[in-house]
Ligand binder design. Structure first.
Ligand SMILES: NC(=O)c1ccc[n+]([C@@H]2O[C@H](COP(=O)([O-])OP(=O)(O)OC[C@H]3O[C@@H](n4cnc5c(N)ncnc54)[C@H](O)[C@@H]3O)[C@@H](O)[C@H]2O)c1
Length: 359
């Protein structure tokens, strides 16, 4: 389902929640498995200095549930899970801690596959892989899929093309003005795709390094001071590519774009925002639908990574977005609701096939 930033903790829907501790290395981790209806749960490991254990638990429960919906909608034979390591990666991260964590992942016997998330990187996955087979997002040298933001951005671009077709009748951003908030790993690749497609791009970032990258690599990108300046400028599409909660009441009220399609997770700040967007005539393509390219990329590693095959799968985000926008219109519901329904339907219909006994 759509995961809202202010949802409370809810373990009731989860299949399994595992608390892991290794006193010697300081490892404290929580692995949340929301659903294995479609296959082993896949989702990254977030390494973050949560203020309390309850905050860590709340986050892993949100994130693992969101992964179940994302993986279902991406057409993967994978369930949803996620893990958090509670602590400051700058102080705590070590080979021993990552390997201790890898042993806990291995102990789940393949019910959970891990990958990168905030605070964990491709080289960390290579270390974790020394203790478990159930890890993706490793480096290319280790047979891995590498940087998942490449296909994340590609998938976001496909979702945006489908939204453009729905609103303006043609699956291209040529001649449109797109505002990107966050020129990080995903935002940078997205900017490149948009410029190649003939769009003009306006962007903002809080990092001077990211702005400098834009000035050098794509001097045609207009840079503005902050997100408020971006969303109140004359843009056709808003692409949140920084942090979660990008769409709150103030933003939706001020937004001038007709379309919102971006890479950031958990863009809807609270329940009801998806309806406010519809009321304002803004087409929002659900975040977990359009940003699934990264999980498609790392999931491919489980079969033995093939970039072209993974890219083809991520390209299908165009078709899925188109289907969801049509379903939303037909059912008279926001696209976020139509996406949830489609994901749930797949989890139920494909998930129940395991009840057919195979002898
Ligand atoms: N990388 C992936 O494969 C992937 C996959 C799915 C979803 N996502 C989501 O996409 C978003 C971006 O991911 P990323 O990998 O590019 O992260 P990143 O850390 O590389 O980039 C985020 C960028 O946003 C900027 N930023 C932070 N706060 C900002 C603000 N207030 N205004 C403007 N810019 C701000 C940062 O300076 C940074 O340049 C995140 O929400 C992430 O969870 C990423």
């Amino acid at each position: 389902m759509s995961v809202f930033v202010d949802d409370g903790p809810d373990a009731a829907g989860h299949e399994q929640v595992v608390f892991c501790q290794d006193r010697h290395t300081g490892l404290k981790a929580i692995i949340g498995i929301y659903s294995t209806a479609l296959g082993p749960a896949l989702g990254g490991t977030r390494f973050y200095p949560y203020a309390t254990e309850e905050d860590a638990l709340r986050d892993v429960l949100h994130l693992s549930r969101a992964m179940a919906y994302k993986n279902a909608l991406a057409g993967l034979d994978l369930g949803g899970g996620k893990a958090v390591i509670w602590g400051d990666p700058a102080q705590l991260k070590s080979e021993a801690l990552l390997r201790a964590y890898g042993r806990f992942v291995q102990s789940l016997g393949g019910r959970y596959y891990t990958a990168c998330d905030v605070g964990t990187y491709v080289p960390d996955m290579d270390v974790i892989a020394r203790e478990t087979r159930f890890v993706t997002g490793r480096s290319v040298e280790h047979g891995g899929a590498g940087d998942s933001s490449i296909l994340t951005a590609w998938g976001v671009f496909q979702g945006m093309r489908a939204a453009a077709e729905h609103v303006w009748g043609s699956p291209t951003l040529a001649g449109r003005r797109v505002g990107i908030a966050g020129l990080g790993k995903v935002g940078k690749y997205l900017a490149g795709h948009l410029l190649s497609d003939g769009a003009s791009v306006v962007a903002t970032d809080v990092s001077e390094a990211a702005l400098e990258w834009a000035r050098i690599t794509h001097p045609q990108i207009d840079l503005v001071a902050d997100t408020t300046a971006l969303i109140t400028s004359d843009i056709d599409v808003y692409a949140p590519c920084a942090l979660g909660g990008a769409l709150d009441d103030d933003t939706v009220a001020a937004l001038r774009a007709r379309v919102v399609t971006g890479g950031a997770n958990n863009q809807l700040a609270h329940p009801g925002i998806e309806k406010s967007l519809v009321e304002r005539g803004i087409l929002y393509t659900p975040d977990y639908l359009v940003n699934a390219g990264g999980v498609i990329q790392v999931a491919d590693e489980i079969e033995g990574f093939d970039f072209d095959r993974a890219k083809l799968r991520a390209t299908r985000i165009f078709d899925t977005t188109r289907t969801i926008l049509q379903l939303a219109d037909a059912d008279g519901v926001p696209p976020a609701v139509a996406a949830d329904r489609l994901a749930e339907r797949r989890m139920v219909e494909v998930g129940r096939l395991r009840s057919i006994h195979l002898g």
